[in-house]
Write a protein of this length. Structure first.
Length: 294
């Protein structure tokens, strides 16, 4: 009832991960006419119903950010109406079940966006499926400032080929991509070329404490990079002593805080957050992740 009454004043709608049903949606969709940000990803009870398609289409001239997708079928169904939203500056596509089947539709969506600032991709898309998407991202290189690959299967070699072409990238999120220490080391060579880079997030990419020295060097090489976060298994980390920076061979950084973690991600807990900082106030944050709950 609130949305029916005040829908014309609503600028952001977030229905992600909700169990809202089709009957409830149909009662307020017509009133939402000037949405700038819409999130309709992972809607198990709704999926791409006619109401969701209508919601996207009637806001195609006002939408600036869109988050969509639960499956390959969803992306295929929604792609034509998303392509009408030519003023989008940010888009998040996918779900952890997404596969290479969706790659052509994702590329088609990106092909119509001429001022793309933010792009997020989630799913089991690997190097072979990503080729078409990478081509469109390269086309957007002059405007793209935020890039997020969440639980994809992209290799460090493919990422290393793409990243240097994105000259203006400021934030790069790489979560759940199992690169390992060797893969991260290869990727860091490409990241050093991004002089505008300000923030990195490496969550659950399979690295150990031995990669911290490489990340310290990256901070020294990229002057604008002020924050780098890395998450690793607690079991892969050496004992935390008084002089932990020295233990980890971080010659330019000192430990400024060791705090108990309280964040929970997919049933797991950050048991410790360790903050390192250097003379240029660049920060390296290490989260230690506990084993999964039984």
């Amino acid at each position: 009832r609130i949305l029916e009454t005040y829908g014309s004043q609503v600028g952001e709608v977030n229905l992600n991960d909700t169990d809202i049903d089709k009957d409830s949606t149909s009662t307020f969709v017509a009133s939402l006419q000037q949405i700038k940000q819409l999130k309709v990803a992972n809607l198990p009870t709704l999926r791409p119903s006619p109401d969701v398609i209508k919601l996207i289409r009637q806001n195609k001239n006002s939408l600036r950010y869109l988050d969509v997708g639960t499956s390959d079928e969803d992306i295929a169904t929604l792609a034509p109406c998303i392509q009408e939203c030519t003023r989008l500056t940010g888009i998040g596509i996918g779900h952890r079940s997404l596969t290479n089947t969706s790659a052509p539709a994702v590329a088609a969506i990106l092909s119509g966006l001429h001022q793309l600032h933010e792009f997020s991709l989630t799913g089991q898309i690997d190097d072979s499926g990503f080729a078409m998407v990478a081509k469109e991202l390269q086309r957007c290189s002059s405007s793209l400032v935020y890039l997020d690959f969440f639980w994809t299967r992209l290799s460090s070699s493919v990422l290393s080929s793409l990243l240097p072409l994105l000259d203006h990238l400021r934030e790069f999120m790489l979560i759940g991509n199992e690169l390992g220490d060797d893969g991260l080391r290869e990727l860091l060579g490409a990241l050093r070329k991004l002089r505008s880079l300000g923030k990195l997030d490496f969550f659950n990419i399979g690295v150990t404490w031995q990669s911290l020295k490489d990340l310290e060097q990256l901070l020294q090489d990229v002057g604008n990079l002020m924050l780098c976060r890395v998450v690793m298994e607690k079991s892969s980390f050496p004992a935390v002593g008084e002089d932990i920076a020295k233990t980890l061979n971080l010659s330019s950084m000192k430990c400024v805080a060791k705090e108990p973690g309280d964040a929970i991600m997919y049933g797991r807990t950050f048991t410790l957050e360790i903050n390192f900082v250097n003379s240029r106030s660049q920060r390296l944050i290490v989260h230690l992740l506990s084993p999964p709950h039984s």
